[in-house]
Design a protein around this ligand. Structure first.
Ligand SMILES: Nc1ncnc2c1ncn2[C@@H]1O[C@H](COP(=O)(O)OP(=O)(O)OP(=O)(O)O)[C@@H](O)[C@H]1O
Length: 351
């Protein structure tokens, strides 16, 4: 396997704002070409992390390199490699959006005629070319998001950073954004995405880091993370016995077995592998199965589990920060059922 320079190499990165520790020694490697998700609750340190990469915030310690360029010692090269679509609408509001893009391109050293071409190209790419002579203020909320993406793409960056791109956008735009960034990633652009929509990370990212209170809790593929939670196997029995024979004895993947009426419920890691063994044992015991369902743990549940403990000890500053995240439409999977709320769930397990 060829060894390319990682898009991001972060070692022991720290940031303190007076008495708040926003980053508490973050180490991460984002391989070139990957689609990497940075997940974390409000106040976890995601924006601080991004702002250090683009030179808006000065780190208190550690190192951060973008394609090998140190974000401080080699600031210009590091910055030129990044296209950032930020959370806030920090745009020059008084110029037609095409001009804003041309200025930005010029700032990065792209000659004027090329800048115009490039501006048109990215406006078409994000689907707002017909608004090219409109000023930013007059765009709809969704168009503003599209524009931020266009502005991030104007320099044809090797690393595209999307900070909460789906906040407050409708389903159609979200899909469009997903298609566009997937295509960019397939063409070789490395993507760093921060999101509160776990479904988004699950669909798009090949690797995610879970950041909580300034520390990385886990780095893994969404699939691996889901594998760390307990799945639920629910079996409906035709004639449940008065006393259930012991099932799955000695299988250390199994966390609980319970019978409620006709319904037998087993919680276990690797539910898909445990289920056939359960079926064999029930069969041997002469118990007829009417229905069987396996509910896999969602990434959402894993995420909530990993970040829950610290929520109650959040500092007032952290809690206050909760209100910063502008009126979001809320998590999409509130209806998810909790699995095995017994504190016994393995979330850090490394198999
Ligand atoms: N300029 C600042 N001065 C003081 N504290 C700050 C500053 N910026 C951020 N913080 C604090 O640092 C911590 C991390 O904030 P940050 O904005 O990086 O989190 P986040 O993960 O991006 O949150 P969100 O999801 O709400 O955007 C929070 O406790 C926040 O209150």
């Amino acid at each position: 396997m060829s060894q390319s320079t990682p898009a991001l190499e972060i070692q022991d990165l720290k940031k303190e704002y007076e008495d708040v520790t926003a980053l508490d020694g973050v180490s991460l490697t984002v391989p070139e070409g990957s689609f990497f998700g940075l997940l974390g609750p409000n106040g976890a340190g995601k924006t601080t992390f991004i702002n250090i990469l683009v030179g808006l915030v000065r780190k208190s310690g550690g190192t951060a390199r973008v394609f090998g360029h140190d974000v401080e010692a080699d600031y210009q090269d590091a910055r030129n490699a990044i296209g950032l679509a930020p959370q806030e609408f920090n745009v020059d509001r008084f110029f037609p959006i095409r001009e804003v893009l041309e200025h930005k391109a010029g700032y990065h050293g792209i000659p004027a005629d090329e800048a115009r071409e490039r501006a048109d190209e990215v406006l078409k790419q994000v689907g707002i070319y017909d608004k090219r002579d409109t000023r930013f203020d007059w765009l709809s909320g969704g168009m503003k998001r599209r524009f931020l993406l266009a502005r991030a793409l104007i320099t044809d960056p090797d690393l595209l950073i999307l900070d909460e791109p789906s906040a407050g956008v409708d389903v159609q735009l979200r899909r469009d954004l997903w298609d566009l960034v997937t295509e960019l990633n397939e063409q070789g652009t490395t993507i760093l995405l921060t999101t509160h929509y776990i479904e988004e990370a699950e669909r798009l990212c090949d690797e995610v880091a879970i950041l909580d209170s300034g520390s990385v809790r886990a780095v893994a593929t969404p699939e691996e993370l889901k594998g760390r939670g307990a799945d639920r196997i629910v079996v409906e029995l035709r004639d449940p016995p008065a006393t259930m024979p012991e099932l799955l004895a000695g299988d250390d993947r199994v966390e609980s077995v319970s019978l409620d009426g006709h319904q037998l419920e087993v919680t276990a890691r690797e539910g898909g592998l445990v289920a056939p063994e359960l079926v064999r044992e029930l069969d041997r015991a002469g118990l007829e199965i009417l229905d069987l369902e396996i509910a896999r743990t969602s990434l959402e549940e894993i995420f909530v589990e990993m970040t829950r403990t610290d929520e109650s000890d959040a500092t007032p500053a952290e809690r206050a920060n909760d209100s910063v995240g502008e009126d979001e439409s809320g998590p999409e999977s509130e209806q998810e059922q909790p699995v095995a709320p017994d504190g016994g769930r393995r979330v850090e397990g490394d198999r």
